[in-house]
Design a protein around this ligand. Structure first.
Ligand code: SAM
Length: 160
């Protein structure tokens, strides 16, 4: 019975994201350095990961002195992020919940791995972002009718 409840909770946690954004699918580790390079991020800069998954980008960047802010809606992934970023806690801020309903904190770079249908909605939110200029790096998906500033394989850089 307990196993059944635990399984149900895991399934619910991972299904939750589908109503608000993309399901969990992590970026390959060998692309993390390119995100830092594309964003020209230096120690002390701030990087947001909208839907930070298991926190792999947060760990990679925080280890290099970058201030990272991760938003995550899946409670299990949020817990994994918290657990695995604890040693870099002075560089890491984790925000639990639906990022569409939150004000984004100040950052130089926002990174996303979303879904094609959400890219225009994200662009609207970033057009209203108070702390401009901000760079957006999107993995895999482009914003329709918006100029790509730079591209590294399927990582796209935009300026807002
Ligand atoms: C495709 S994964 C990307 C994970 C990570 N950013 C990466 O590139 O490895 C998308 C993540 O966003 C989370 N997510 C989806 N919609 C969200 C929302 N509205 N608010 C917060 N997190 C969300 C999912 O739970 C999932 O972990």
């Amino acid at each position: 019975m307990e196993i059944f409840i635990i399984l149900l909770l895991i399934i619910l946690s991972f299904s939750l994201a589908i109503f608000f954004g993309p399901p969990y699918l992590p970026i390959f580790n060998n692309r993390l350095a390119q995100i830092i390079e594309l964003g020209q991020l230096k120690p002390g800069d701030r990087l947001i990961d909208l839907g930070c998954g298991d926190g792999r980008l947060l760990r990679y960047a925080a280890k290099r002195g970058i201030q990272v802010i991760g938003y995550e809606i899946n409670p299990i992934l949020f817990f994994i992020c918290w657990l695995t970023t604890r040693r870099y806690s002075q560089n890491v801020t984790l925000i639990f919940g639906n990022f569409w309903q939150k004000d984004f904190v100040e950052a130089e770079v926002v990174y996303v791995f979303l879904l094609p249908r959400l890219m225009t909605k994200l662009a609207k939110k970033l057009d209203d972002y108070s702390y401009k200029p901000v760079k957006l790096i999107s993995f895999s998906f482009i914003i329709p009718n918006r100029k790509i500033i730079k591209k590294m394989n399927n990582l796209f850089l935009y300026l807002f």
